[in-house]
Design a protein around this ligand. Sequence first.
Ligand code: HPA
Ligand code: ZN
Length: 337
Amino acid sequence: MIDHPDFIAGLPKAELHLHIEGSLEPELMMALAQRNRITTPFATVEEVRAAYNFSRLQDFLDIYYAGADVLRTEQDFHDLALAYFDRAAEDGVVHAEIFFDPQTHTDRGIPFQVVADGLLAGMAAAQARHGLTAQLILCFLRHLDEDAAFTTLKAAEPWLDRITGVGLDSSEIGHPPEKFARVFAAAGDMGLKRVAHAGEEGPPDYVWQALDLLDIDRLDHGNRALEDPILTARLAREGMTLTVCPLSNLKLCVVPDMAAHPIDRMLKVGLRATINSDDPAYFGGYIADNYRAAATGRDLSLADLTLLARNSFLGSFLPLDAVSMHLARLDAYVDAA
Ligand code: HPA
Ligand code: ZN
């Protein structure tokens, strides 16, 4: 039997909850600031890292949107994405479905085209370099209004053949899913998948709304769904995938410590839970760190870890033949371990 840490890094897995802007490491942030001749409030990488102390989601969001200001050119978005894929490949990621927040960029005058083409170029480079496949999920910022979301969907039209789905992120409390019911319906009519952050800080009712009003294909976070047994049973019955992010939950005080994380409880009640990194540059770890933290904090077995990786492929938006191929490779890896 090999140790958990080695087993985890080599375990083939998909990452389904990753904000590409949240993978901007302080080193790259400073390098891009210099390249684009932008002054930042921070003099050193250490000063940037020292600012990453959060007690709730909004503390993080304020600093995350400020950091994204260094992203200006197609090359910047390419470099950001490729840096993430290089790091993810080291952690056994063979497929990633990444979020991007176009409004964070278009609202400061960066054209949608610069963002989308830069990220797509990074994805093509990752496929060539690592054989890692990737898909894009366009997230609407929920603290902005419905009109702004429709404008963003319209701006995305020329790229819709290269965008898999839409998502919903940013400040959850006070911005319920119902606010975006019509824009999600329009996205569905365009053939896009639908995912939404719900039940991270928001109540179980927001998860009900995401299911009933947004018709989601996948639930991002979903921790607070566990407070409602009827909702939990429905999620299990429908085989809904939850994209859970342990280190994010810890850093944003969704859980007091890793020993209190519900990841194993989710598996036990039959939820299709997965482990992901959310915003790894801000929360202190990439996907394998998240698997390790959960494994240590909740004493997960190799069978639990294997199930989490298996769920990541089952919950992906890959075609069925690709899912089967990844599951066969996963089984071969586990058999050889
Ligand atoms: N929650 C909501 N919005 C976000 C997150 C998150 O965890 N990360 C980036 N935007
Ligand atoms: Zn997230």
